[in-house]
Write a protein that binds this ligand. Structure first.
Ligand SMILES: Nc1ncnc2c1ncn2[C@@H]1O[C@H](COP(=O)(O)OP(=O)(O)O)[C@@H](O)[C@H]1O
Ligand SMILES: C=C(OP(=O)(O)O)C(=O)O
Ligand SMILES: [Ca+2]
Ligand SMILES: [Mn+2]
Length: 669
């Protein structure tokens, strides 16, 4: 099998061998073709060329079969690059830069040979003239420039790009790509803008409490131009063409144009990765992101409060990112778009994790950031459908994404083995600190940020359910990390209570993590994801109520936060106990348990759960200072009531009795 120079199994035959292999139904796998390369450089160039997944269809140069598809590989590439060039054209220009495929650093290699194929200015004829034509007024400088497109590179290629060109990129001891996101290590919800055109003014939720801060079309175009100009000024850009939503009927095609290999690898992991065939037929994307995050926004345009601007234009189906390199901005930006597109199709978009038991019982895990969606949906005994973003249609649930984005602060192999093991080659590790020499990551180190993250393809979790779809949910679990320590570890909710808590979207986080005890901060985020919803929360709530009723799903409220006192006095509920509670929900054990009702919040709490000390199930037992407990409980109830005031005047669904029941389902102060 080994070739004469000892290099076994490398196809040096330019792909021609591939077509030969199956001739007459016989697989000539053992035939060793002569090495055609004259030197090692040539061999390397062939090896790279053959293996590059940037060639989405049949290997080029292979014996062109008379039965080949109508569109030649070259024409297809040409179309693809023209479409990217059009993407990169600003609005005042007729064309973008001349985009070519491949890394400019690999001069003279085959990747560059595909040549300038960008749309020529309309005044210039396509062919015949090889002499230089002076630019006309309709041609700007940028359309004369070459921008190399690194199109759907593989993780290995993206590693090389990141390590070679991006400061702060390193390979960790387990093979992950450690990288830094720059000054922003979390999302910037206050800098997110939505273009309020006529349709958006009608359809979206605006005003008090809404996350949608308006932007006019002109300001959007100013920012878009700034982003496009920045991207065009670069030698090379990364382009990802991928999908969102595993439901084949409701799949969305997205294109992400970015300046960093880190961003391209992140989206490679987080979106659904197309097969070669799917990429071949990709066509025009439904939505495009221009990520110029390394470049600040123009502070002199309207609406800007900082150098960061994340702008969504639903009409143009575009998103522009300036002044933040935090990669989560892209994934959550697209999630916002899905929160608009899916309800139009009567599909409910959910900020939740999702998993499924071996006998098909599906659970949803709603919750704000840090409450446990990723941790609890990643369960060794169950199939993972997804950790963060889903759709619930008439056919069941589907994951929107192709990957997971786990928090890794204090990550341990013992407590979260599946996430731990997913941090390997291909995974993006953001803002972690590691040993300079061993490259061993210290997950307890918060010196860059507490929001350290790992982004990995969902198949890195051994029991991922691929395709990531499942039947209608049986359990709807609302997660709240209650730093006040007064919510019970688990409560069973009726439908009205489920809606009340879904619309409230409560969690409480600790203000600071150091210098002693600080007051926990209550956060209310409608639908457990106010930052991403586009319509009024009651629209999503009505859809959820209808679906839960139709399919008979049970609601649960799980406190993954404090017990036995507020933050600083009590302790965070042990993850092992929360897992036992979740197990009892999945198994059905909790449906038939004995319940008692709590004061103020009126929650039904079980008296016993296998594997969990019974005394922790009722917070009145765990607080030693009973007066402090009551005071804190009333304080939190007051915050809930105040938050819900804005929703009191809205009707939920067609039936006004449900609305009244929901209003009555809140705490009584
Ligand atoms: N009882 C608990 N339940 C869930 N998570 C817990 C618990 N105790 C500590 N944690 C930690 O809280 C974090 C939850 O974060 P994560 O699952 O990423 O949240 P989300 O996906 O909702 O943003 C993890 O770091 C997890 O280890
Ligand atoms: C990516 C995010 O989601 P989560 O914290 O819910 O995992 C985020 O909020 O930036
Ligand atoms: Ca070839
Ligand atoms: Mn998560």
């Amino acid at each position: 099998m080994a070739t004469p120079n000892g290099l076994a199994r490398i196809d040096t035959n330019g792909g021609a061998q591939k077509t030969k292999k199956h001739e007459n139904g016989i697989c000539h796998d053992d035939s060793s073709a002569p090495v055609r390369a004259q030197n090692i450089d040539e061999l390397h160039s062939m090896q790279r060329k053959r293996s590059a997944p940037t060639t989405p269809i049949k290997v080029d140069g292979g014996a062109a079969s008379p039965f080949a598809a109508a569109l030649s590989e070259e024409d297809r590439r040409k179309q693809q690059l023209q479409s990217i060039s059009a993407s990169l054209a600003s609005l005042t220009r007729e064309t973008g830069p001349k985009v070519v495929r491949g890394d400019p650093a690999r001069k003279g290699e085959a990747t560059v040979k595909v040549a300038p194929v960008a749309a020529p200015p309309p005044s210039q004829p396509h062919h015949h003239h090889h002499h230089h034509v002076a630019p006309t007024i309709s041609v700007s400088d940028s359309s004369l420039k070459f921008t190399h497109v690194l199109y759907n590179l593989s993780p290995a290629e993206l590693y090389e790009q990141a390590i070679k060109y991006e400061k702060g990129s390193f390979i960790t001891d387990t093979g992950a790509l450690a990288t830094l996101s720059g000054a922003k290590t979390g999302r910037s919800p206050r800098d997110k803008r939505i273009v309020k055109d006529e349709a958006a003014a009608q359809e979206l939720w605006w005003g008090k409490g809404s996350p949608n801060i308006e932007m006019d079309e002109h300001t959007f175009l100013t920012n878009r131009e700034r982003a496009v100009d920045y991207l065009n000024s670069l030698d090379k850009v990364f382009v990802n063409d991928q999908f969102l939503n595993w439901d084949p009927e409701n799949r969305i095609k997205v294109r992400i144009i970015s300046a960093r290999a880190y961003h391209s690898l992140f989206m490679h992991n987080m979106c659904i990765r197309p097969t070669e065939e799917e990429l071949e037929e990709f066509g025009t994307p439904d939505f495009t992101i221009y990520n110029a995050g390394k470049f600040p926004c123009n502070r002199y345009t309207h609406y800007m409060t900082s150098s960061t601007s994340v702008d969504i234009n639903l009409g143009r189906r575009e998103m522009v990112i300036l002044g933040t390199q935090y990669a989560g901005e892209m994934k959550k930006g697209l999630f916002g778009v899905m929160h608009y597109l899916m309800p139009k199709r009567r599909i409910l978009s959910l900020h939740s994790g999702c998993n499924m038991g071996r006998d098909g019982d599906v659970a949803l895990f709603f919750g704000l950031s840090g409450t446990g969606k990723t941790t609890l949906s990643t369960d060794h005994n169950r199939l993972l459908i997804g950790d963060d973003e889903h759709c619930w249609s008439d056919n069941g649930v589907s994951n929107i994404e192709g990957g997971c984005y786990a928090k890794c602060i204090d990550l341990s192999r013992e407590k979260e083995p599946d996430i731990w093991n997913a941090i390997k080659f291909g995974t993006v590790l953001e803002n972690v600190v590691f040993d300079e020499h061993t490259r061993e990551v210290d997950y307890t180190d918060k010196s860059v940020t507490e929001n350290t993250r790992a982004a990995y393809p969902i198949e890195y979790i051994p029991n991922a359910k691929i395709p990531c779809v499942g039947p209608h949910p049986k359990n709807v679990i609302l997660l709240a990390c209650d730093a006040f320590g007064v919510l019970p570890p688990v409560s069973k909710l009726n439908l009205a209570q489920t809606m009340y808590h879904f619309i409230s979207g409560y969690t409480a986080l600790v203000a600071g993590t150091e210098d002693g005890i600080k007051e926990p901060q209550a956060t209310f985020s409608a639908c457990f994801g106010a930052a991403f919803i586009m319509l009024h929360p009651t629209k999503y709530a009505a859809m959820l109520a209808e679906k839960m009723q139709t399919y008979g799903a049970t609601g649960w409220l799980v406190n993954t936060g404090w017990s036995g006192g507020r933050y600083g006095v009590g302790n965070r509920i042990k993850l092992a106990y929360t897992r036992k509670i979740i197990d009892a929900i999945h198994s059905g054990e909790l449906l038939t348990a004995n319940y008692q009702k709590t004061e103020v919040f009126g929650l039904e709490i079980p008296t016993a759960i296998e594997g969990v000390p019974s005394e922790i199930l009722d917070p009145t037992n765990t607080w030693t200072d009973k007066a402090a407990y009551k005071e804190t409980l009333l304080k939190l109830a007051g915050l809930f009531g105040k938050n819900f005031e804005v929703f009191a005047s809205y009707k939920i669904g067609e039936d006004s009795t449900l609305t009244e029941e929901i209003l009555a389902a809140g705490p009584k102060v």
